[in-house]
Design a protein around this ligand. Structure first.
Ligand SMILES: NC(=O)C1=CN([C@@H]2O[C@H](COP(=O)(O)OP(=O)(O)OC[C@H]3O[C@@H](n4cnc5c(N)ncnc54)[C@H](O)[C@@H]3O)[C@@H](O)[C@H]2O)[C@@H](O)CC1
Ligand SMILES: Nc1ncnc2c1ncn2[C@@H]1O[C@H](COP(=O)(O)OP(=O)(O)O)[C@@H](O)[C@H]1O
Ligand SMILES: [K+]
Length: 505
């Protein structure tokens, strides 16, 4: 699914209205109906809590007025509060104001004293500003928003939390509505996918309003959201006459004393992701553990008991994953250096292998083209330096991928894949239960297996993060978030593959 900027969203709205001969007012009605459908589902028994709808002067405010009318028709106790317009109200705002039933109390807000009391039991609908915000909010509006934010009311934002830019950085001092829920139209917004905005956006949902699909597919955007649509087109069926050689031979270089568990997790995930053959190169101390815990994998041991100091013959492998549990022993550093200087096989690089590379500019420059790096934010910071904010981090991601011709999976709640072509793919699966040790090792195993099966680097990253998160979501259905372990992701990879394969049909 493509992600559009605020300007592109406006263009998509305008094109849809013109091309499909739908008045913009009808599009607004669709948006309001979609909002109300979601709202009724969420708060369906509740027709006593007062609903305070705050409307700005633009189309977002117009949505608010249409929502007020529809909720009133569904017997919700709504009240409307309207901001003064600096110049004029948007035409569709005015049209919806005229359609507002007289029974709905409407109040114009000029100063703070006009603002209503907002009790705990209230539901606030924030329709002040949406994608048309063009500067930080100032003046009296900030007092209103501060009052909304300091109340214990449930806050539902229409399209965007007011004050939050759709696609640009907000300063920490900017005044922004802190919504519990954001119901947004047609496509996710970049702002929803960045960790720093979580406290404003809350739990977000997208509802379709029928914007022109052809227009959206033609418009150029570097930003994509990975929902089931993209992975379903990537997953390949296993041919009837295939054999284990068809699905590649992966090598996993992993482990050090006390961290063989990371190797076990990564190896199991690799095997559960369809690889034909897997060999693990680990410290000698890991031999019995691996042969017992992962009998399907072949094990090669290092001459050292507790860390890896040497490389096996690499010539027979068509995918190499390195990093989980590796440690940073000087001999291990040398091994990583040697690997980067001798192989042109793209690597899947995680954990301490990333930390070793981060400490040496020459190693970054020696990355084989099309390698995949899977840092969490701290590891990423070691690679690129500190980001000033979430948007700057995206710039650093792009620069790094372009400079080193590699793919980076910047892990997080919405893991973001950066590509050498400058695209960004944000993952939509996964949950906070996955914020637990070992889940990253599982991802390394999955992506290494997909590379061994000849998926392109980009496809392996997309399918990998999607299946990894999907396995986490399936595990969550059984056991919730607190008890979730990295092993549970491996247990549920089969179901995640199945679910994805049903979507390809
Ligand atoms: N255009 C369409 O066809 C549709 C638009 N929709 C709604 O329209 C919204 C976008 O509407 P608009 O483009 O009118 O924009 P907004 O309603 O977000 O805000 C624009 C208005 O706010 C003013 N403004 C911007 N920043 C300000 C600031 N910091 N302080 C004070 N005033 C400020 C602008 O001058 C303008 O008057 C979407 O978020 C969505 O809610 C939906 O109804 C779907 C269809
Ligand atoms: N809140 C979250 N929501 C969704 N996924 C998450 C969340 N927190 C972590 N994850 C996922 O879990 C994994 C954690 O990886 P990492 O930090 O490397 O763990 P480890 O080093 O312990 O294996 C990543 O794939 C990340 O995207
Ligand atoms: K809003």
């Amino acid at each position: 699914m493509k992600i559009l900027s605020a300007a592109q969203t406006r263009a998509a709205d305008a094109f849809t209205a013109e091309q499909e001969n739908i008045p913009s007012l009808a599009l607004m009605e669709r948006a309001a109906s979609a909002f109300v459908g979601w709202f009724e589902n969420k708060f369906y028994t509740n027709r006593v809590q007062p609903i305070l709808i705050f409307c700005g002067p633009g189309n977002n405010g117009g949505d608010g007025l249409a929502i007020a009318r529809l909720l009133y028709q569904h017997h919700y106790p709504v009240q409307v509060f309207i901001l003064p317009a600096a110049h004029t109200y948007a035409p569709d705002f005015t049209a919806n104001l005229q359609r507002l039933p007289d029974e709905i109390i409407k109040t114009y807000l000029h100063t703070k004293t006009d603002c209503p009391e907002i009790s705990d039991k209230t539901i606030v609908v924030d329709a002040l500003f949406g994608t048309g915000l063009n500067r930080p909010l100032t003046g009296f509006i900030t007092e209103l928003i501060t009052q909304i934010n300091s109340s214990s009311a449930t806050v539902v934002a229409v399209d965007m939390p007011s004050g939050l830019f759709t696609d640009a950085h907000n300063k920490l001092t900017d005044c922004i509505v802190q919504a519990d829920y954001t119901l947004s139209f047609e496509l996710p917004k970049i702002a929803f996918l960045l960790p720093g905005n979580a406290r404003y956006v809350g739990d977000w949902t997208i509802v379709p309003i029928g914007l022109n699909a052809e227009f959206i597919s033609q418009i150029e955007s570097p930003y994509f959201f990975i929902s089931s649509d993209i992975p379903a087109t990537i997953l390949k069926p296993r041919p009837k006459y295939s054999h284990k050689g068809t699905f590649g031979h992966a090598l996993l270089i992993s482990g050090s004393y006390g961290k063989i568990g990371a190797t076990v997790l990564s190896a199991k995930a690799c095997l559960r992701s369809g690889v034909g053959l897997l060999t693990v190169h680990c410290p000698a101390a890991g031999y019995t553990i691996l042969q017992t815990a992962v009998p399907e994998a072949m094990t090669l041991t290092d001459k050292e008991a507790d860390f890896i100091s040497e490389l096996p013959d690499l010539s027979i492998y068509n995918a190499i994953g390195i990093g989980p549990g590796l440690g940073k022993h000087p001999a291990t550093r040398q091994m990583v250096k040697h690997l980067l200087n001798t192989t042109q096989v793209p690597l899947v690089i995680d954990a301490d292998a990333l930390n070793i590379i981060a400490e040496d500019e020459n190693l970054k420059n020696a990355l084989p083209p099309n390698s995949i790096l899977t840092p969490h934010p701290k590891e990423f910071e070691r690679l690129t330096g500190k980001a000033e904010n979430d948007y700057h981090r995206l710039d650093l991601l792009k620069e790094f991928c372009q400079k080193h011709s590699c793919y980076v999976v910047l892990k997080g709640a919405h893991s973001c894949i950066g590509t050498p072509a400058g695209a960004y793919y944000f993952n939509g699966t996964g949950n906070p239960g996955m914020a637990t040790g070992g889940t990253g090792d599982v991802l390394t195993g999955i992506i290494t297996a997909l590379i061994a099966q000849q998926y392109s680097a980009l496809d392996a990253c997309i399918l990998g993060v999607y299946l990894h998160g999907s396995a986490g979501d399936i595990a969550k259905m059984e056991m919730g978030e607190q008890a979730l372990l990295a092993s549970d992701l491996i247990q549920n990879l089969g179901k995640a593959f199945l679910k994805c394969s049903y979507l390809t049909k």
